[in-house]
Ligand binder design. Structure first.
Ligand SMILES: [Fe+2]
Ligand SMILES: [Fe+2]
Length: 367
């Protein structure tokens, strides 16, 4: 299950061990916490059995679009790349590096999972899809790592493949989690891009200029998972699976909220109110997810924001208790964990909104 050899990435230059002082950032990326991006593994044989004939016309169209590789030349620095790390205030620099490391880890996590599916599979439809998606994610991770290297740091991706813990998810959980992370990735990138279009003076690093075409890749990846889910209607219609979808929506949204609130300087530099930004991203993601999910979380419910804040505060308290150490720290950590758990339960129990997904699942990026 945990076979993730380095030779998975022969064509990907990042697989080479990077001979730079990479220890700190790689350690950041390797650390497994509740909030950090994870690496996943699954039942690849089961996924290989997927039959896409029920969605064939939409499938072929999407695959043809991915095959045409519209972003082939996009992830290259050009004259517009004007990074200025030297003049970045230290607190901002620290949070921005954290943002890039976390994004790079998430991108690379997708790359590893998709590449492994392609390598193990024999179903031509599935293998073709996963080869295009791993190609894209390798590019994304590599591009972020290039940006990090200019700051004198980088994530050692080859090392990460071996050192990171892998979480096993059965295929249906991979669909829910990965579909959501692709769509939320799209919503995050496009929201920042549109905001900086209006406020170009806040663009403190050139990487944001690359976000529009970038997020279109993520959008297509999300489309692929929507089609995969559509091949098996049970995944989105049974009572139990609806509870799971609800769980993943709540978990993905609340994790994003807590993580984003750990980067106040980063959002201040962008001129973004983090509460506004997160709500905007949730709204966009929820609108898109109506293509496939029969329910959505009610982000305007009076219990939504207060419990997100409660959860964020509990994570801050957990961190402080951890640093304190000793018996008091242990007790503080457990108490904070219970508080975070209660906030999560309260979020999970907010009545959901019902939705009837359309007959044709496909969407185009329109934000
Ligand atoms: Fe990506
Ligand atoms: Fe993606």
């Amino acid at each position: 299950m945990n076979a993730t050899p380095l030779d998975l990435y022969p064509e990907h230059p990042e697989a080479d061990l990077i001979e730079e002082p990479t220890v700190d950032t790689t350690a950041m990326a390797t650390e497994t916490t509740l909030l950090n991006p994870r690496f996943y593994t699954t039942d690849f044989d089961e996924m290989d059995k997927i039959d896409v004939s029920s969605v064939r016309p939409e499938w072929d169209k999407l695959i043809a679009q991915m095959k045409s590789d519209p972003n082939k030349g996009h992830f290259k620095k050009n004259a517009e790349w004007d990074a200025d790390w030297a003049n970045m205030p230290t607190p901002l620099r620290r949070e921005f590096i954290d943002f890039l490391v976390s994004s790079c880890t998430a991108e690379f996590s997708g790359c590893v999972l998709y590449k492994e599916m392609k390598r193990r599979g024999s179903n031509p439809d599935i293998c073709e899809l996963f080869s295009y998606m791993s190609r894209d994610e390798a590019r994304h991770a590599g591009f972020i790592n290039d940006a990090l290297r200019e700051a004198g740091v980088a994530v050692n991706l080859g090392f990460l493949t071996k050192a990171k813990k892998y979480t096993y998810f059965q295929p249906k959980f991979i669909y829910y989690a990965t579909y959501l992370s692709e769509k939320i990735g799209y919503a995050r990138y496009i929201t920042i891009f549109r905001h900086l279009e209006q406020n170009p003076d806040k663009r403190f690093h050139p990487i944001f200029k690359w976000f529009r075409e970038w997020c279109n890749d993520e959008f297509s990846h999300g489309e692929a998972f929507a089609l995969l889910m559509r091949t098996d209607p049970k995944l989105t219609t049974t009572w139990v699976n609806k509870l799971w979808i609800r769980f993943f929506l709540t978990a993905v949204y609340s994790t994003m909220y807590v993580r984003d609130h750990q980067r106040p300087e980063f959002h201040k530099a962008l001129g973004v109110d983090v509460e506004w930004y997160d709500q905007k991203v949730f709204r966009t993601t929820s609108e898109i997810a109506r293509q496939i999910f029969p329910i959505e979380v009610d982000i305007d419910h009076p219990r939504w924001q207060p419990n997100l804040r409660r959860m964020r505060d509990a994570f801050i308290a957990m961190d402080a208790a951890q640093k304190r150490g000793g018996f008091g720290g242990w007790v503080g950590k457990k108490t904070a964990a219970v508080r975070a758990g209660l906030a999560f339960v309260s979020l999970y129990l907010i009545p959901v909104k019902r939705n009837t997904p359309p007959a044709n699942v496909r969407l185009e990026p329109s934000y």
